[in-house]
Design a binder for this molecule. Structure first.
Ligand SMILES: N[C@@H](CCC(=O)N[C@@H](CS)C(=O)NCC(=O)O)C(=O)O
Length: 210
C-alpha cells in the first residue's frame, strides 16, 4: 500500500502490458515520488474496487484525483509533467500521433489476452500480431524513433515489442531485423529498464540485465 510520503500511487499488475505502458511513461517523464501498488496475477484489491468502477489496472491516484484507462493516464502525465514533452505541438501531428496510438490500442493490445489463452486462440493471435507488425515494420524508415523525437508512440509500442519473444511471435527476416533494431534502441533506454516488473524482466533476462 502507498505510504503518506508519496503523492501518487499507480495500481499496476506485474504481467499487464497496459500497466507496463504507463510505468514506462512515468519513468520517461522522470516522475519522482510515486509508488506502485502491485497486483499479482489473479490478485484483487478492495481499494481499487472503491476507486475505479471498472476495477481495472492501470489506475493512477493523486490525492483526490483518480485516473484510469492507460491512454487517459499517459496524456495526463504528459501534461502534468511538461518536460520532456512526449507529444508534438503541431495540432495536425498530434492528431496523427493520436490516431497511430489508437490503432495500436485497437489492433495490437487486445491480442495479448488471446496470446495467454488456449493454444488454438494463441496461434491465431500470434499470426495476427505477425501480420500487423510486418506491415508496421515495412513502413519504418531508418529513423531512430517512430516520429522525429521519442514520443508516446514509442512508449505505446515498446511494451508490445518486449513481449514478442515470450509469446513466440516472429516476423519475416527483413521486417523482423528492422523492428528488432528499433526495439533494441527502446530497450536500451534507462527508463525502459526501470519500467520493468520482475515478471517482465524475466521475459528477456539477457536484455533486462544489460
Ligand atoms: N481498456 C482497459 C485496458 C487495461 C486492461 O485491460 N487491464 C486489464 C489487466 S491487463 C484489467 O484491468 N482487467 C481487469 C482486471 O484485471 O480485473 C482499461 O480500461 O484500463
Amino acid at each position: 500500500m502507498a505510504s503518506r510520503r508519496s503523492s501518487m500511487t499507480l495500481y499496476s499488475r506485474d504481467n499487464c502490458v497496459h500497466s507496463h505502458r504507463v510505468r514506462l511513461v512515468m519513468e520517461e517523464k522522470g516522475v519522482a515520488n510515486y509508488e506502485i501498488a502491485w497486483l499479482r496475477d489473479g490478485e484483487e484489491s478492495e481499494d481499487l474496487l472503491d476507486l475505479n468502477p471498472y476495477n481495472s489496472v492501470p489506475t493512477l491516484v493523486e490525492r483526490e484525483l483518480v485516473v484510469y484507462d492507460p491512454r487517459i493516464i499517459v496524456e495526463y502525465i504528459d501534461e502534468r509533467y511538461p518536460h520532456p514533452p512526449l507529444m508534438p505541438v503541431d495540432p495536425v501531428l498530434r492528431a496523427q500521433y493520436r490516431l497511430a496510438i489508437y490503432r495500436m490500442e485497437c489492433d495490437l493490445y487486445p491480442l495479448f489476452e488471446d496470446l495467454e489463452s488456449t493454444p488454438a486462440v494463441a496461434r491465431k493471435a500470434r499470426n495476427r500480431m505477425t501480420e500487423l507488425l510486418t506491415t508496421l515494420a515495412a513502413d519504418f524508415s531508418p529513423r531512430q524513433y517512430i516520429g522525429e523525437e521519442f514520443s508516446l508512440l514509442d512508449c505505446t509500442l515498446a511494451p508490445i515489442l518486449w513481449r514478442l519473444e515470450h509469446h513466440e511471435v516472429t516476423l519475416p527476416s527483413k521486417q523482423g531485423e528492422r523492428l528488432a533494431k528499433y526495439a533494441a534502441r527502446l530497450f536500451a533506454r534507462p527508463a525502459f529498464e526501470r519500467s520493468l516488473s520482475p515478471v517482465e524482466a524475466e521475459m528477456r533476462p539477457a536484455m533486462a540485465a544489460n
